[in-house]
Design a protein around this ligand. Structure first.
Ligand SMILES: Nc1ncnc2c1ncn2[C@@H]1O[C@H](COP(=O)(O)OP(=O)(O)O)[C@@H](O)[C@H]1O
Ligand SMILES: [Mg+2]
Length: 294
C-alpha cells in the first residue's frame, strides 16, 4: 500500500493503526485508526489524557504488542508481520525503550556503568562496551556516578541512567514513557533540557510521552492523542516575544479529522454538519433545521 506516494520513507509511518486488547469477553479498542509519521532524527512529544492510548502506541512501536489492524512501518520493517526471530532482532537493534517506572529499566545490584552495558552483552565486545557506557553516562551528566547503584542516585539521576540504558545499543528509534512523572518541576525541566540537547546531538528519532505540556518547547512537535487517534499537532515557533504555540488539526489520508471538543460545544455541532468551500478554506456549520426529506 502506498500511503504517501512521492515522499521519502520516514522512520515511523503509521496509518490507520488499530490495537484491541481482549480480556475474557471484554474488548478495549486502545488505538482506533491512529496516524503518525516520525522523520529520522526527529524528537516529538505525545500528550493526551490518561487512557488515551499513549503507552499502547509505544508498546506497539516496540513490537511488544502486535497491531490488530492498520499499517505500521518502522525503519523499513513492516511491524504487522514480524516473525519471532525478526521481532527479537528488531527489539535488540532498532528500538530503545525507557519505561515509565524507572525500576523496570535498571538492575538494582548493578552500578551505573554495569547497568548501561547490560543491553550490549549480546552485541558488543567488552572494551567497547565499557567505553560506550562511560561516554553515554558522561554525556548525561553522570560521569561522577559511575560506581553508584540505582538506590544511591536521586530520582533525576535514575532517569538519566535509564535513558543511557535505552540508548546503549544505538537505537534508531527511542521510545520514552512519561520520564518526568516521578520528578518535581525543577528536576523535570533540568532533565528535559539535557535530554533534548543530547537527542538532537545523537539524531535518534524519539517519541516521548508526557503529561506535562510545558515540556513541549523542548521538542520538534507535540502530537495530541484523543481516544486512540492523533488529533492535533503543535509546533512552537519563535517570535520576538518568545515561543508561540501553533496548533494544527491532523487530517488522515481518507480526509477524516477530529474537530476540537471546545469548538463542538461552542458551536453546537452535532452528529451532522455542513461542509462548504469558502475561498481557500472550508466552512463547517451546524446542520440546523434539517428535517427528514428536504
Ligand atoms: N494490557 C491491557 N489489557 C487490557 N486493556 C488495556 C491494557 N493496557 C491498556 N489497556 C486499556 O487501553 C486503553 C489505553 O491505555 P494506555 O495505552 O495505557 O493509555 P495511556 O498510556 O494514554 O494512559 C485504556 O482504556 C486502558 O485501560
Ligand atoms: Mg501510559
Amino acid at each position: 500500500m502506498m500511503a504517501h506516494p512521492g515522499r521519502v520513507a520516514a522512520l515511523v509511518e503509521a496509518d490507520g493503526l488499530v490495537h484491541i486488547y481482549k480480556k475474557d469477553d471484554l474488548e478495549v479498542v486502545a488505538l482506533q485508526g491512529l496516524d503518525l509519521r516520525l522523520e529520522e532524527g526527529e524528537l516529538i512529544a505525545v500528550v493526551g489524557r490518561s487512557g488515551s492510548g499513549k503507552t499502547t502506541l509505544l508498546n506497539v512501536l516496540a513490537a511488544l504488542e502486535a497491531p490488530s489492524a492498520g499499517r505500521l512501518m518502522v525503519a523499513g520493517r513492516d511491524l504487522t508481520r514480524l516473525i519471532p526471530s525478526e521481532r527479537e532482532a528488531y527489539r535488540r537493534d532498532t528500538v530503545g525503550y525507557m519505561w515509565q517506572h524507572s525500576q523496570r529499566n535498571l538492575w538494582p545490584p548493578l552500578n551505573s556503568l554495569e547497568n548501561v552495558q547490560v543491553p550490549m552483552l549480546a552485541t558488543a565486545a567488552e572494551p567497547s562496551r565499557e567505553e560506550r557506557a562511560r561516554g553515554l553516562l558522561d554525556a548525561l551528566g553522570l560521569g561522577h556516578r559511575l560506581k553508584h547503584r540505582p538506590v544511591q542516585l536521586s530520582g533525576g539521576e535514575r532517569q538519566r541512567l535509564a535513558l543511557a540504558v535505552a540508548l546503549a545499543n544505538q537505537p534508531r528509534l527511542l521510545l520514552v514513557d512519561e520520564p518526568t512523572s516521578e520528578l518535581d518541576t525543577e528536576s523535570s525541566e533540568d532533565l528535559m533540557r539535557d535530554v533534548a540537547a543530547l537527542l538532537m546531538d545523537l539524531r535518534v528519532g524519539t517519541i516521548m510521552v508526557t503529561h506535562d505540556p510545558a515540556l513541549g518547547r523542548h521538542v520538534d512537535r507535540v502530537v495530541q492523542i484523543r481516544d486512540g487517534r492523533t488529533s492535533t499537532e503543535t509546533r512552537y515557533i519563535e517570535r520576538d516575544r518568545g515561543l508561540v504555540a501553533d496548533e494544527l488539526t491532523i487530517v488522515d489520508r481518507f480526509g477524516r479529522l477530529q474537530i476540537p471538543l471546545h469548538l463542538l460545544e461552542e458551536l453546537g455541532l452535532d452528529s451532522l454538519v455542513r461542509i462548504q468551500r469558502d475561498g481557500d478554506g472550508l466552512r463547517i456549520s451546524p446542520a440546523r433545521g434539517r428535517r427528514g426529506r428536504e
